[in-house]
Each structure stands twice: as C-alpha cells, then as structure tokens.
Design a protein around this ligand. Structure first.
Ligand SMILES: NC(=O)c1ccc[n+]([C@@H]2O[C@H](COP(=O)([O-])OP(=O)(O)OC[C@H]3O[C@@H](n4cnc5c(N)ncnc54)[C@H](OP(=O)(O)O)[C@@H]3O)[C@@H](O)[C@H]2O)c1
Length: 327
C-alpha cells in the first residue's frame, strides 16, 4: 500500500528560520512562492531582470517579495525551489546556481528531467529533492486560497544532510498539497510518468480529435458539426468522469447507445502495442534524447509542424467556430 501524506503526517517546522528561494517566477514559481509565504515561511525570489529583457524580478518585487538575480538568491537561500522552464535549467544551473551552492543546502525541483538525464548534477553535499503539485500554477494557488490543495508527489534523489525527505515533505505542506495528499516516489517515475502521459494521453487525445474531425469532413459533414463533435463534446464528458468515475459515467451519465459504443468500439482505436512501445522508449531515455536534440537545434521539427497545423482545415474551422458559437 502506498503511504499518503496528509497535513497531520508532516511537520513543516523544519522550514522555520530557513530562507526559501523560488528560482524562476513563472507559472509554478508565482503560485508556490505565494503559498509558501502564506504558510508563514520566509520566501525570496531569484529571477531574470530588466537587463535580460524580463519583467520577472520587478513583478516579484511588486508582489512583495525580496527579489534578486538567480545567483544572488542562490547564495542567500537555504532551500532552492527550481521553478525555471525545464530546457533552460541546465544552462542557468551551470552559470548562476551551481557555482553559488554551498554544503547543506537543499535544491528542490518541480520536475525530475534535468537530474534524471544528467543535465544537472548537484554536488554530493547538497540535498536533491523534488516536489510536484499535479496541476498548473494558477490552480495550485486558487485551491490554496480556498483552504484546499492539489495532489502531489515528493522524491529524494540525494540525501546529504539526513533530512532531505523531511524538507521535501515540508515544502509540499507549505505549498498546500498535503491538504489533498502527497505520495513518495522516485525522480525516474515522476519524470518518465510525466513524459509518457504527455505522449500518449495529450498526444493521443489530440490525434483522435483530429481524426474525428478530418474523417467527418472528408465524408461531407458540415465542418462546424464535425468540430463540435471532435472537441466540444469531450469537454463536459471529461469533467463528469473526473467527478464520478468512468463506470458511473458509462452506466448512468451517458446514453445506452453511447455506453455500447464506448465499450465495444473504443478499445479498437487504441493501439496498445504502440502505447507499450512508447513506454519502453521513454524508459530507455529515447524520448528525452530526441527532445534534448530538438531543443538544442532550435526546435526545427516543431517549427515546421506548427506551420502545417496552423493552416489546417480544423484549426481554421476552430477559429470561426469560437466566434460563431462561443467559447
Ligand atoms: N506549468 C505547470 O503547471 C507545471 C506543473 C507541474 C510541474 N511544472 C514544472 O515546474 C517548473 C517550472 O515550470 P513553469 O511551467 O512554471 O515554467 P514557465 O512559467 O514556462 O517558466 C518559468 C520561468 O523560467 C524562466 N526562464 C525561461 N527562460 C529563461 C532563461 N533563458 N533564463 C532565465 N530564466 C528563464 C522564465 O523567466 P522570465 O519570467 O524571466 O521569462 C519563467 O519565469 C518546470 O520544472 C515544470 O516542469 C510545471
């Protein structure tokens, strides 16, 4: 049985008197900085400034945080929450974070990619942990303000001080996740699980929506009808399934025709051999290798694919659909 850590299981007092530097003030950084401060801990922010063409440092100051360059914040911190966009982390670590680390600090990531694939290798005398709330930053903040939290996970890759797990769990509590529940896992599972989900669930769902739209249009259906079927109808269905579960949805919340369609034809559209192959490729690090290569080359494949996708019939239908029929 996996252990679920809730508020009562975690003592966050280990963070008292510590300086927690949120490095990167974007989607997650803003939410985690605000929640941690509201939980009563000392939070500073390290981010890019106007000299680097960014408004982040000013924004953090305007939001009431002591706001520094990334190098300065690293020096001042006891605990660093790395909330930088993943592909830029290795470069910033090399230049501003790594040279300013000292023994006994804790470096807490919000995704394990940079560490799992060896792009960042913190020194042996620094705790290396991870805390990830399973939601976008705005939702993490919204839930916290309501007295709630979002499910999250914590992992320890390197325990230099003997307190790495306690610190990571305390951070998860400060951000509000132990209100919902937090589990312990590994950097490997967090990273590969995230990358696997992105490939098969986001990638697969979008490919299915496109297949639904294109097949209907190719067979003479009005584009607006095909678009409504391919995208809009999924929206409410996902919310209901999340609320009541897949079985309740299938047996009681949709029509019997839909239930028959779901149970008898749905599995035919999933190529389970491909799903397993993608899982294995992810485990072998092939997805990470391909993505790092793509990023290093300036994302040529993505630029090319975006151009084609932006000009597709489905995208153009979507633009007029939202104007005609509402968001
Ligand atoms: N998005 C989510 O909801 C979510 C959910 C779970 C986990 N995570 C993880 O949380 C971490 C942060 O993700 P995010 O989505 O919050 O990232 P983000 O908003 O896209 O970016 C975070 C920060 O990265 C900084 N940045 C980008 N390029 C930079 C550069 N060249 N030099 C210095 N700073 C740079 C940006 O600084 P400026 O403001 O100066 O541009 C920005 O504030 C990642 O590890 C991600 O995997 C995110």
């Amino acid at each position: 049985m996996e252990k679920i850590y809730r508020d009562n299981d975690v003592d966050a007092s280990i963070l008292k008197g510590k300086t927690i530097a949120v490095i990167g003030y974007g989607i997650q950084g803003k939410a985690q900085a605000a929640n941690t401060r509201d939980s009563g801990f000392k939070v500073i922010v390290g981010s890019r400034g106007a000299e680097e063409g960014s408004k982040s440092r000013e924004q953090a100051k305007a939001d009431g945080f002591e706001s520094y360059s990334i190098a300065e914040a690293t020096k001042k911190a006891d605990i660093l929450l790395i909330e930088l966009a993943d592909p830029v982390q290795p470069g910033i670590y090399k230049k501003d974070i790594g040279p300013n680390l000292r023994a006994g600090q804790t470096i807490c990531f919000c995704h394990g990619f940079s560490v799992l694939y060896g792009q960042i290798q913190p020194p042996k005398d620094v705790n290396t942990v991870l805390f990830v709330p399973n939601a976008p930053g705005a939702f993490v903040r919204e839930k916290y303000k309501k007295g709630e939290g979002v499910y999250g996970c914590v992992a320890v890759d390197q325990d230099a001080t003997g307190e790495a797990e306690k610190i990571a769990l305390a951070i998860s509590k400060a951000v509000g996740s132990t209100r919902a529940g937090v589990v312990l896992m590994s950097f490997q599972h967090e990273t590969e699980g995230d990358n696997f989900e992105e490939q098969i669930l986001y990638g697969g769902a979008i490919a299915l929506m496109k297949a639904c739209f294109n097949t209907m249009v190719e067979n003479g259906y009005p584009a607006s009808f095909a678009y409504a079927k391919a995208i809009r109808s999924l929206r409410s269905v996902i919310d209901v399934m999340d609320e009541v579960g897949i079985e309740e949805y299938c047996t009681s919340r949709c029509s019997r025709t839909a239930e028959f369609a779901i149970r008898t034809r749905g599995p035919r559209v999933v190529n389970i051999d491909e799903v397993k192959k993608i899982f294995e490729e992810t485990e072998r690090g092939e997805f990470a290798r391909d993505w790092m290569q793509e990023w290093a080359l300036g994302m040529p494949t993505l630029h090319r694919m975006r151009r084609t996708a932006a000009n597709s019939a489905m995208e153009k239908t979507g633009q007029s659909w939202r104007k005609e029929f509402g968001k």
